[in-house]
Ligand binder design. Structure first.
Ligand SMILES: *Cc1c(COP(=O)(O)O)cnc(C)c1O
Length: 344
């Protein structure tokens, strides 16, 4: 096998520990897992396998293509497709042992003929996907076998009065609909407290190491570790510049490592002069611009490190989010295809 100078080390124990913390915070509710976008870039198949072993039973993807990629789906697990069925999806829906989340009057009509169970999304204020409460009049959902009636919070990561308003709106609708269980909270929603948990929670971000709110700080462990190999070590004389645009000027002679990672790998330009790597136990700052395939970090000249050594970048999601200006979600989902993904 050809050598790969870039790797994503995925800590399966941390993933499971995060799920256990979220399950505990969910009180008596079941705790599921959002594994859309290939489990936020980390690998949906492995994620499902690890979480299944830990006791997780309910999973969520965005599209039917994602559900198809996870086939054959284990019979003892549930998978729901968040975007629901468009006309083109009905063939896949007939084939796959998974449930749609019905998001509109049109999707309800489309699904009714299958006589199969479904989930239903109610829009309580995000105005993205979901049936509006006033559309439930005239028995829209009568006769459907609804497993999970759900809604989605728009501002759960903030201390916003919108959270309580959505909770109340969801409660009001839930009282009028016949469903096996209710679900409202994503990762941040779980942190809002037991009121928000209902029968099932649906975390994504926090499973993968994101800290959605302060309540989770110190409890969520980093899952994705970004490691790049040193391509070169070089010395820069005083007064010279480094990288595209020469944005870093060496005020004094300094030593750099050139690392095999760049914006094409998802280490985006927001990390220019802001990111950092751990080199022999010390932080080494990114100097100059992030290039497509390379970055430069400044090291202590005494450090014994050079070509071929491996270096871990600071990819603690809340830290890296501040450094780069990207959301924790984007930090995960942009990590692109060139990594060798290794689960530990
Ligand atoms: C993505 C998603 C989730 C998970 O959200 P996180 O913020 O990543 O925890 C839950 N529910 C729905 C409907 C989603 O789209």
């Amino acid at each position: 096998m050809v050598h790969n100078p870039l790797r994503l080390r995925i800590d399966g124990d941390a993933l499971v520990a995060n799920w256990h913390w979220l399950a505990h915070r969910s009180g008596g509710a079941d705790c599921g897992a959002a594994v859309k976008a290939n489990a936020y870039g980390l690998g949906a198949r492995q994620t499902v396998k690890r979480l299944q072993a830990a006791g997780c039973r309910s999973f969520f993807v965005a599209t039917w293509a994602e559900a198809e990629n996870l086939a054959p789906w284990p019979g003892d697990l549930e998978l729901s497709v968040l975007h629901g069925p468009m006309a083109e999806d009905m063939a896949a829906a007939a084939r796959l042992p998974v449930r749609p989340v019905l998001n509109s009057v049109e999707q309800v009509a489309r699904w009714r003929g299958t006589a199969r169970p479904c989930d239903v999304m109610i829009d309580t204020g995000i105005n993205r996907l979901g049936i509006r409460p006033e559309q439930l009049a005239d028995g829209l959902l009568d006769g459907l076998e609804i497993e999970t009636l759900m809604s989605h919070l728009a501002c759960a990561d903030e201390d916003s009065s919108a959270n309580r308003a959505q909770l109340e709106a969801f409660r009001a609708v839930a009282g009028t609909v016949n469903a096996r269980r209710l679900s409202l909270a994503n990762s941040a929603g779980i942190c809002l407290g037991a009121d928000y948990a209902f029968g099932l929670t649906r975390p994504g971000l926090a499973l993968y190491g994101g800290v959605p709110r302060r309540e989770a700080k110190g409890h969520i462990r980093q899952v994705a570790h970004v490691e790049a190999q040193v391509v070169q070590r070089r010395s820069v004389p005083a007064g010279e510049r480094v990288g595209y645009g020469g944005t870093f000027v060496a005020e004094e002679a300094c030593d750099l490592l050139v690392l095999n990672i760049g914006y094409a790998d998802g280490y985006l330009r927001g990390f220019s002069s802001r990111g950092r790597a751990k080199v022999a136990g010390k932080w080494a700052p990114v100097v100059g611009r992030v290039s497509m395939d390379l970055i430069t970090v400044r090291i202590d000249p005494k450090t014994k490190v050079g070509e071929g050594d491996w270096v871990e970048l600071d990819y603690d999601l809340s830290e890296a989010s501040v450094q780069s200006g990207l959301s924790q979600y984007e930090l995960l989902t942009t990590l692109a295809g060139r990594f060798k993904r290794t689960w530990i």
